[in-house]
Design a protein around this ligand. Structure first.
Ligand SMILES: [Ca+2]
Length: 193
């Protein structure tokens, strides 16, 4: 076991002379051990510390942060315009004044084919074949219309986003929750998520 670790240390691409010298320094500070097991445990601890430190240095282990899980995904919910301008007459124009906007925060395109947008009670919109370009936005309107790169249409005959409070969920085509956005403000018309 010890031998294989030594080979790993010498041949691992992210380890460099600094790390090896740290290892040697740490070996030099090894306290006296009463048993072989204690010595082995101590060395294991040192080797783990050095390996983890070197992987961090090489960027191979991302630092944990308190950011929400959604930050891990490129495409997220950017804004919901949940109270269409003017009276809610149910006209197609009014329905399309209600929308949810997604943003691809990454620089390269992301597939949204079969991706789903759901509200709190489960009303579901499913994308067809679609990809959102790097840095781009797309609005998904509630009413009927002809899909373009920047505007998609749920084709509904009535509103889907409540005027007071609701939660939007975005799932990718594999069913992974990419983002969610809740609001609870009947005095506003939209929310930036
Ligand atoms: Ca309205």
């Amino acid at each position: 076991m010890k031998g294989s670790r030594d080979i790993l240390l010498v041949t691992h691409p992210v380890l460099n002379r600094d790390v090896l010298s740290v290892t040697l320094d740490l070996k030099g500070t090894m306290p006296p051990h009463r048993t072989v097991q204690q010595k082995d445990q101590w060395m294991n601890k040192i080797l783990r510390t050095v390996l983890v430190a070197s992987l961090f240095a090489a960027g191979m282990i991302a630092a944990q942060s308190s950011a929400p899980a959604s930050a891990a995904y490129c495409v997220g919910i950017y804004r919901i315009y949940y109270n269409s301008p003017g009276s809610d007459t149910g006209s197609n124009t009014s329905l399309n004044g209600e929308w949810i906007q997604l943003h691809n925060k990454c620089s390269t395109s992301r597939s949204l084919t079969n991706a789903k947008i759901k509200d709190y009670v489960g009303h579901t919109y499913t994308f067809g074949t679609y990809a959102l370009g790097g840095g781009k936005y797309v609005k998904v309107h509630t009413g009927k219309g002809t899909n373009t790169t920047t505007d998609r249409y749920q084709g509904r005959a009535w509103y889907v986003w409540n005027n007071d409070k609701d939660t939007a969920y975005l799932y990718n085509g594999s069913g992974t929750l990419l983002d969610k956005c809740s609001y609870n403000n009947r005095y506003a018309s939209s929310i930036y998520c």
